[in-house]
Design a protein around this ligand. Structure first.
Ligand code: NI
Length: 197
């Protein structure tokens, strides 16, 4: 084989490699990997019970956008703050609040029974639904949503929960869109949500 043709093979091969490297770089820099993998990676089948006793499943996410927050009723600050912010957004939505699913999913089903959730939700917007279930059903949903939740024992013999505090936005098809930022004016978040109605 002539030196010339082996050199052109090397040139073609290195051109191919630089194309792949370049594509990987572009994808990495633009977050292309995340947008390609995230929608299928977050979400999936689940079956829980709302604080009003309704059965809620992944099919409940169909036809309207959903805002989903995972937490627990014994949470001292992060959860009540997030639920207060979600309540403010629902208020800002006005009648459109009825066209959005707003879910607070317990990561602490041992303590968060339907009755406990019902008491707790009384302090927040009536459109918010608290979801709980048996521990296996809750674990199934939190794994499908890639939520981190871990029991942390306390000195008094009780425990608290370390948990993901993201608020998930799902579209009308029940597909994950992105985490939604509630640290804004409620009207601003409401305006953004209206784009998904
Ligand atoms: Ni919390």
């Amino acid at each position: 084989m002539a030196a010339g043709s082996s050199r052109s093979i090397v040139i073609i091969a290195s051109f191919g490699i630089s194309l792949v490297v370049g594509l990987l770089l572009v994808l990495g820099l633009t977050g292309g990997f995340r947008s390609v993998t995230a929608p299928s990676a977050i979400g999936g089948p689940f079956q829980l019970t709302s604080h009003l006793g309704e059965t809620v499943t992944e099919k409940s996410l169909q036809g309207r956008p959903s805002v989903i927050f995972f937490g627990f009723t014994h949470c001292p600050d992060v959860c009540p703050t997030a639920l207060f912010e979600m309540s403010e957004v629902l208020r800002a939505l006005g009648p459109d609040a009825k066209r959005v699913n707003a879910y607070f999913v317990s990561v602490d089903p041992e303590r968060d029974t339907v009755a406990v959730m019902k008491d707790y939700l009384a302090s927040f917007d009536p459109n918010l639904r608290g979801l709980t279930g048996d521990p296996a059903a809750v674990t199934k949903m939190i794994s499908a949503y890639r939520v981190y939740a871990k029991k942390v024992p306390q000195d008094n013999g009780e425990y608290t929960m370390d948990h993901t505090a993201l608020v998930y936005l799902m579209d009308r098809a029940g597909r994950f869109v992105k985490p939604i930022d509630l640290k804004r004016k409620p009207e601003e978040v409401a305006a953004e949500l209206k784009n998904y109605l």
